[in-house]
Design a protein around this ligand. Sequence first.
Ligand code: G3P
Ligand code: MG
Length: 225
Amino acid sequence: MTEFLCIGHRGACGHAPENTLEAFELAITMGCPWVELDVYCVEGELIVIHDHKLERTTNGEGLVMDASLDYLRSLDAGNQQRIPTLNEVIECVNHRAIINIELKGPNTALAVNLLLNSFLKAGWQTDEFLISSFNHKELALADSQYRRGVLFYKVRQDYFDTTMKLNAYSINLDVKIVDQKTVEQAHERGLKVYVYTVNKLEEMLRMKSLGVDGIFTNYPDIFPE
Ligand code: G3P
Ligand code: MG
């Protein structure tokens, strides 16, 4: 039986403020073997937030990349949680789940390499991480000792040229574009297929029947056994 992974999307963000320590803790409590998060790099520090604007998920205003680190860290990201640093999330997860770090902001790959390399020195393993991005140029800068996931949001003829060039571990597809043929072609090439964002049980079961290897979900509590 092949594995069908439940990946807590931005933590268990259907039940706790997204990309906060509370959301990651909850995802792990709900049984997620993996969690996913999004990073930006501000003043050399990797912070965990999805949008390039602050308004939707915090009590702040403006663009993440225009803000100071002090300002970002002063904000409430929901339930009086701070925007966490990637360092804080890795320490909080503490080997209890694999962490998919999505490079969302500009110029994040080198900072992620540095941080993860410091965790390796502290006893973490390379396969406790997957680095992914829609920005394939940025992803190419991710240290090749870590697994890479290539994200796509629309159908592309060059899926597998891109994954091969990046020596990827997985192809990460929008639920709207995944189909049986792509799953089979990916598997023939030794790639895992992870699909985002799958929030309904029927869709989860459909993904399982297509043979995908895992889904990103905001609702790990409804993931089928
Ligand atoms: O990595 C899967 C998924 O998170 C990609 O889309 O916009 O939710 O970061 P988004
Ligand atoms: Mg993401």
